[in-house]
Design a protein around this ligand. Structure first.
Ligand SMILES: [Zn+2]
Ligand SMILES: [Zn+2]
Length: 262
């Protein structure tokens, strides 16, 4: 059986994802595609890492101060050029795809520059921070989810990771999230990096509602590439067969993006 992971990071060179190990290079993914359990990967780096010289203000201060993201113009322009260079060299659009993991700030602004859209195959929208006291997190969650879904993201990444820190996530929150994701034409992720206790339930409910599924390692270390075992476990626990699951496939946003002129 072969798997796709639509959510992966690298940590080498210019550090497009500060949280990933430096030994996790594009070459590691390329090698993993040779005759193993993997059919395709998307390299979905953190959008904020293209804009900020380090990850210190992320995401907690950035959420309330989105202007921080645009404060280092020369750095951002240089790193954007390096990022586009890597996409061109590494991503073939058939087994290695290019992408970003983005989030929204309190004002709904995205952590990614709009001119990048046509260069990306896979954009993951994630909630990494919920503001305010935990009893109010469900409201904060849906407010942030709606802002995120207003952007043309492809996948909702680790949907309940942050919210679950406030306690068990009830059925109605799972289903309401999946309804909104479906209305937006977005896939929902089963994330192997930090498993959510109800992943099998999320999978079964999403399939019942017709929401496409995106399996994502959210790889940060080379060892994470063995975690396809988690996907197999969740599919088994859900009671579904792999054929029952409509899996996400990337669709190129524009066939031939124009050069980014600055
Ligand atoms: Zn994330
Ligand atoms: Zn990630």
């Amino acid at each position: 059986m072969q798997w796709n992971s639509w959510h992966n990071h690298t940590g080498d060179g210019p550090r497009f994802s500060y949280c990933a190990d430096a030994a996790l290079t594009p070459e590691v993914y390329r090698r993993a595609l040779r005759g193993g359990p993997w059919h395709a990967f998307a390299l979905t780096e953190h959008a904020f890492a293209i804009a900020l010289p380090d990850d210190a203000p992320w995401p907690f201060q950035w959420y309330d101060q989105p202007e921080r993201l645009w404060a280092h113009r020369a750095f951002r322009e240089d790193k954007t050029a390096q990022f586009l260079d890597r996409l061109g060299k590494v991503c073939d659009g058939s087994r290695i795809f290019g992408g970003l993991e983005v989030e929204v700030a309190r004002d709904g602004s995205l952590s990614m520059e709009a001119p990048l859209w046509p260069y990306l195959d896979v954009v993951i929208g994630s909630i990494h921070h919920l503001p305010g006291p935990q009893p109010k997190w469900p409201d904060a969650f849906f407010a942030q989810l709606d802002m995120l879904l207003r952007h043309p993201i492809d996948i909702l990444g680790h949907p309940f990771r942050e919210l679950s820190h406030a306690g068990p996530v009830p059925d109605e929150v799972l289903d309401e999230t999946l309804y909104r994701v479906r209305e937006a034409g977005v896939a929902v992720e089963i994330n192997a990096h930090m498993p959510f206790a109800r992943d099998a339930d999320v999978l079964a409910r999403a399939v019942r509602l017709g929401v496409p599924i995106a399996f994502g390692l959210d790889a940060h270390h080379r060892d994470d590439l063995a975690r396809h075992s988690y996907f197999a476990q969740i599919v088994a626990d859900s009671g579904l067969a792999l054929n029952d699951i409509r899996q996400f496939r990337p669709v190129r946003k524009a066939p031939k993006p124009r050069p980014l002129v600055r």
